[in-house]
Design a protein around this ligand. Structure first.
Ligand code: C2E
Ligand code: CA
Ligand code: CA
Length: 252
């Protein structure tokens, strides 16, 4: 980072040099441990040193540069998706979501692919009418929708009844202390039960320990994602990982 006077310069340079790198983090079925999907996560590689989203993603989203990034990233994502036999989730920022023209242009040529779009709860709860319309657009394309960072949005749950979402991703902040905090445990249990009543599947993120896995299995979570299973990794490593995972028995 030292070479860049600010994040804006970093992003402009990354766009100009196409210095984006994509990592992939699998998620597994909570019961069988079969890998059912992965999430594509953005990094910048300038001069061989990886720069993570915590450095640049907020600025990219707030400045609107994220749209330029998505124009580069989404076609790459589709290429990767076509090379895999699992689902691949793609994060869309709220800033992009609210720009209807950008969204419709970005996805125009893609249909009937196992695309999963992850949107954070904070972003979708803002303008429910518009969000419903955009969600229908995604649905017409055959895309699945996942509500990310669920539980952190301070929003009413009622909006969910009108949204054709498929997955809820339970925020990792609730998982960190699930072994010791009966309150966090109660929150996660409630979200899972609620999701199931709404016909939604749950993905729990930030799973790091065996005990957490056991607790989440008891709570009937559908899918698990986290360092306990795998950290985000480059595409070639993901393919090796998938092959090796499938050869072993059902223990991670
Ligand atoms: P997110 O979408 O909630 O992604 C999960 C983040 O948690 C990832 O960080 C992942 O590496 C990390 N993580 C996964 N498992 C564990 C675990 O067991 N423990 C802990 N402590 N962390 C875990 P990453 O890749 O640094 O991404 C951070 C955030 O940046 C993402 O949060 C997402 O909001 C944003 N982001 C990443 N890629 C993109 C992108 O392509 N587009 C947009 N709009 N945002 C992105
Ligand atoms: Ca995500
Ligand atoms: Ca998340």
């Amino acid at each position: 980072m030292e070479e860049y006077s600010d994040v804006k310069e970093l992003i402009i340079k990354a766009i100009k040099k196409n210095a984006f790198v994509y990592h992939f983090q699998p998620y597994v079925d909570a019961k069988s441990f079969e890998i059912v999907g992965a999430e594509i996560l953005l990094r910048i590689d300038l001069n061989g040193k990886l720069i993570y989203p915590d450095v640049f993603i907020d600025f990219a989203e707030n400045s609107g540069y994220i749209k330029e990034i998505e124009k580069i990233m989404f076609p790459k994502y589709i290429e990767y998706l076509k090379k895999l036999d699992i689902s691949l989730s793609f994060n869309i920022s709220g800033k992009s979501l609210s720009d209807e023209k950008h969204i419709k242009t970005l996805f125009r040529e893609y249909e009937n692919l196992p695309v999963i779009i992850e949107l954070t709860e904070r972003e979708i709860a803002g303008n429910i009418e518009y969000t419903k319309e955009i969600f229908s657009f995604f649905k017409q394309k055959g895309f699945k929708l996942s509500i990310d960072d669920f539980g952190t949005g301070y929003s009413s749950l009622t909006y969910l009844k009108d949204l054709p979402a498929d997955f809820i991703k339970i925020d990792m902040s609730f998982i960190k202390n699930i072994e010791n905090s009966t309150k966090d445990l109660a929150i996660v249990e409630t979200i899972i039960n609620f999701a199931h009543k709404f016909g939604l599947k749950t993905v729990v993120e930030g799973v790091e320990t065996k005990t957490q896995v056991e607790i989440l299995q008891k709570l009937n979570a559908d899918c698990l994602q986290g360092y306990y299973f795998a950290k985000p990794m480059p595409f070639e490593e993901l393919k090796d990982f998938l092959n090796k995972w499938r050869q072993r028995d059902s223990n991670p």
